[in-house]
Design a protein around this ligand. Sequence first.
Ligand SMILES: [Zn+2]
Length: 195
Amino acid sequence: MPSPVTHGLVGIVMAQTVPLGVSKRRSTVVFAVLSVMPDIDLLGSLAGIPWRGNLGHRGITHSVGVAVVCGLIGARIIHGKQGLSRRKVVGLTLLACAVAVSHGLLDAATSIGVGVGLLMPFFDERIILPVRPILVPRARGDGLVLAMLRMVLAELLTVWLPLFVGAGIVHVYRRLAPAEQLPNCADSVARRPRA
Ligand SMILES: [Zn+2]
């Protein structure tokens, strides 16, 4: 599977792209939790729940349906009673759902494994994506270090790099775009130097 650091990083970096006016600090905490939360099923496995059952590891907690529900709740926790515009609430909610869904998709993109219950409980088959760039080290002994390095490199290129590039593009756009093109937000205007 992707390292826990990679899962968590998805949430932390995507929290930096929330609509202007939304608390980044609160978004960072909630998104980080959303991005790693599906692995809570490991606790069930430790308690004896069958690994390959719907409640086992990479089962229903990794499904798109559960992720969307968690994303909706997470977005609600973030904006609370802030009185954000509908447009910002929708943007924040879509981001929160994307963060939550990312965990199952990344797990389904690992080079080995029994797949992920992305469509549970409606479809019990576990899904493996046709393209699986995220490597899982299988070597033992002397080859383990090299295999670990390959795994880290694969995650850097396929997850970290696109993630930072995407967040960077959003950041640059917000710095360069005329204020009137940005969503209506007091802090986006306040940052502008007065003429
Ligand atoms: Zn997982």
